[in-house]
Design a protein around this ligand. Structure first.
Ligand SMILES: NC(=O)c1ccc[n+]([C@@H]2O[C@H](COP(=O)([O-])OP(=O)(O)OC[C@H]3O[C@@H](n4cnc5c(N)ncnc54)[C@H](OP(=O)(O)O)[C@@H]3O)[C@@H](O)[C@H]2O)c1
Length: 303
């Protein structure tokens, strides 16, 4: 099979013949679309905390077909998706809804689970609650706007550039700002933050009493140290979320959330945003787009 191989940190991807994956009790899926996640970018740049051994075929989520033509989507923890075939644990295989394209399937599981589990299991949202979503036009961000709206919350979206404001409003954000123009007097009940760095600290300062910030990523830089004293004094909390580890240690929690999300997708309340599709041979260009901070929604590779 053909696969995009990353041989070294910062290196280009090499489209190469690669041995077909051995099933080994798993199920082999013919990949029709593979989602690019920011973690793939961090691995390529050597910035991911759990670096895989190189060379590696990246790609943690796919949509495709089983041998009998059944349409599926799956999380492929850690690697293997940027290829024509991938072996997946049976427990990770989820039916792809009839109404969905393969590209949408490859843009659904990781993004929506990363928005949905924190917003339903880690924070207390009520109708009328306000949620601040940072990197709101990205893969997780576009999912988070939709999830928060579906849960009855009002969304404040924050993004890195003006061009991204409209997409956030179109997805249902009540307000949208570039980071530098977030009002100082804004107060929110919850924050979902994929950006980290300085923005994490600023967003923490926007929480109402009893509010919670969920840290899910550090696309903009590592998190600063925070003291419990700063949290206690303001009656606010910080939670962390990492889907990879939850999948390993609490798979039933993730499975339950997948079921709830599929039902919401079926009703039309949620729809994955595919911002760009590239053939697998153009994986370098696809990564450049994500790194340029100009991508919207999810960038998907088509083997
Ligand atoms: N914890 C988990 O389980 C989990 C699961 C999935 C993803 N994540 C994390 O969630 C975040 C979003 O992931 P995603 O795959 O959906 O990516 P994405 O949001 O589509 O792309 C990353 C976004 O981060 C923002 N960003 C801020 N500072 C940046 C910088 N210095 N360089 C590049 N981008 C920067 C950019 O949006 P702006 O220009 O609008 O700022 C960019 O579009 C990532 O941090 C990822 O690692 C975590």
């Amino acid at each position: 099979m053909r696969a995009a191989l990353l041989r070294e940190v910062d290196g280009p991807f090499e489209l190469a013949d690669h041995p077909d994956p051995a099933a080994d009790g798993r199920i082999v899926v013919r990949v029709r679309a593979a989602g690019i996640n920011f973690a793939d970018v961090l691995i390529r740049r050597g910035r991911y905390p759990q670096m895989p051994e190189l060379p590696v075929v990246l790609g943690s989520e796919i949509a495709g077909e089983l041998e009998d033509g059944t349409r599926v989507m799956a999380i492929t923890p850690g690697s293997g998706g940027y290829a024509e075939l991938v072996a997946v644990d049976r427990a990770q295989v989820v039916p792809l809804p009839d109404h969905a394209s393969f590209a949408e399937g490859a843009a659904f599981l990781l993004t929506f689970l990363t928005a949905y589990i924190p917003l339903t299991r880690q924070v207390r949202l009520r109708p009328g609650s306000t949620v601040l979503v940072t990197a709101a036009a990205g893969g997780v961000g576009t999912a988070a706007i939709q999830v928060a709206r579906t849960l009855g919350a009002s969304v404040v979206a924050a993004v890195g550039s003006y061009e991204k404001l409209d997409v956030c409003r179109e997805l249902g954000a009540a307000e949208a700002y570039v980071y530098d123009e977030l009002p100082d007097d804004l107060r929110v009940d919850a924050v979902l933050d994929p950006v980290g760095g300085e923005l994490f600290e600023r967003a923490l300062g926007l929480l109402k009493p009893l509010g919670t910030l969920v840290a899910i990523g550090f696309a903009g830089g590592m998190w600063p140290e925070i003291s419990p004293a700063a949290l206690v004094g303001r009656n606010v909390g910080v939670q962390g979320f990492y889907l990879g580890r939850l999948l390993r240690h609490e798979p039933e929690v993730v499975g339950e959330a997948v079921g709830e999300l599929l039902a919401l997708w079926q009703t039309g309340a949620l729809k994955p945003v595919v911002g760009a599709e590239f053939p697998l041979s153009e994986v370098d260009r696809a990564h450049e787009l994500v790194e340029s901070r100009t991508s919207v929604g999810k960038v998907v590779l088509i083997p």
